[in-house]
Design a protein around this ligand. Sequence first.
Ligand code: ATP
Ligand code: MG
Length: 386
Amino acid sequence: MDKVIIIRVGELFLKGNNKRYFEDTLSRNIRKALDGIKCYLRSARNRFIVENYAERDHGAIIMRLQKIFGIHSVSPAIKIHADLDEISRVAAEISPKAGKFRVSVNKADKTIQKRSMDIAADVGQFMLKNSKDLTVDLFKYDFEVNIDIREDKTAFIFYERLEGAGGLPSGCGGKAMLLLSGGIDSPVAGHKIARRGVQLFAVHYHSFPYTSEKAKQKVIDLAKTVSKYSGDIELSVVPFTEIQYAIREKCPIEFMITLMRRFMMRIAERLAISKGCGALVTGESLGQVASQTMESIIVTNDVVKLPVFRPLIGSDKYEIIEDARNIETYDLSILPYEDCCTVFLPKNPVIKPRLSIVEDMEKLLDIELLVEGAIARTETIICSSY
Ligand code: ATP
Ligand code: MG
């Protein structure tokens, strides 16, 4: 009788030709997430089993597994030999001794003649005989004894299915570059895209000395938190002050944000291409602030050719905050450190910039020099969760 953890994978992607690829990717991601914990991971037909771990690591393993994309649910279970008498005996031994219960049996081993329903009835009978304070109730039960009899003559007994993160295994859907600010939105946007199997890279612009070391550390911590789900994130920290000085010197201050954001997109695209990313990701949400009107988005989008994914474009702030709480980035995001966008903030930013006007303004700037200069001084940090 061994304690194990059953990992069930999303059903959908297990169909078709990519099954093997998805499974291998997920297996690699699980191993990586369980790094540092002594255990054995076994692949077993549409599921994985974690075995041979110390009792004290049980909680940590479950917590880490629940964050991995591609996992549908997990169940702590007892593994025994699939002998029907043995199943009844163990079920009676480990189940609560009082309350209403039901037994559900799933039988993958078709060599066993007895029907699942009859096995469930036998186990239920045995349990009732063993404890006077138990009653069967198929609908309003306090606990359910799940028995899963596998093809390899093992059986699992478990009581709960803990929800997994769903989505697709990280790394099986290409790579994307997330523009990661210290705000609430962009970590949520990154999480959503990573959930579709995309491997994340991130870029952050900081305006030293106007933004502090603490502001930078906050972004590193945010990337680490997102990496619990997505796997390691390579974060590029780009110095942005020179660019802001140049804009302030040469261009009308009302256009500061528009011009800054065009630089952010240009640099992000260059970094993205150098790392093999096929798309950019931002936390923009339509109409949320001046830089996120449709006109602003059109103007900032115009400088890049890569597709820009904006998974929050139609979300309300309340919904985004709820997501941020769920993925545990919210408390970090609201730490009161300045962002580079808040440093040279104009009083009255243009809300509906015209592309031709913005392009004329940029003629006063040596864009190539500024972009290359910033990229040359970029610092790269691997953000890893465990
Ligand atoms: P967030 O909460 O993600 O900061 P926001 O509501 O503050 O978003 P903006 O400041 O307009 O909105 O930023 C829009 C998007 O631009 C962000 O979601 C992020 O993707 C990107 N961005 C903004 N500032 C930075 C920065 N300093 N470094 C990297 N990306 C940034
Ligand atoms: Mg912001």
